[in-house]
Design a protein. Sequence first.
Length: 255
Amino acid sequence: MAAEIRLFTCLTDNFGYLIHDPATKATASIDAPEAAPIIKALEREGWTLTDILITHHHHDHVGGVAELKQKYNCRVVAPHDKAARIANVDLRAGQGDVVKVGGLLARVLETPGHTLDHISYVFDSEKALFAADTLFSIGCGRVFEGDYPMMWDSLLKLRALPDDFRLYCGHEYTAANVKFALTVEPDNAALKARAEEVTRLRAANKPTLPTLLGEEKKANVFLRADEPSVAASLRMKGADATAVFGELRERKNKS
Ligand SMILES: [Zn+2]
């Protein structure tokens, strides 16, 4: 039986996600921005939280952990974190580890850059990627703790996943990302199609996620830093992808 995935808003623009295994009744929350909307979503479905899979230490991803652990006595999985900033952790996970949620398997990819500890979770059988603040639709996370080569390598890891995987991100930032991406690639047909779709979804007050990774590869300029046309648009013909990626990120920071 296929897993069921629910998404809902937490805090201002964070996404909360539940993934549920109907066979074993196990349910994981991907990150825990705040407890109340997660509890509400669980109660709406009649599910019990068994696991929390944390992607990185930022407060808007772990703020609800203590309360949820207290209420459900669930297992908390988190990245290796030398500074021990994430509390209440039962299991530390790193590159190549496989975390079980009931009968579901989540493969861990280390995707540092936004933070040094950032990991992403891939449910291969569900064709689902939870990339939190590494990869957004038509954007990527700010590079706070790592550097541009590190972040670009992380994006390449995610780009290597199959086109028919669905991308679930940490924030609803798509509209702002589209606006920026169009300044670099005004003639990208996939981007223009996504822009129209995002306008339609936001007008209907609907989330812009999930999205297909294959579409993202065509439309997301941050996954396209090694395209000669992107370098040319930035007047960086011949520059390597890392430098182009860095320039894109700097421009977005100032936009
Ligand atoms: Zn973050």
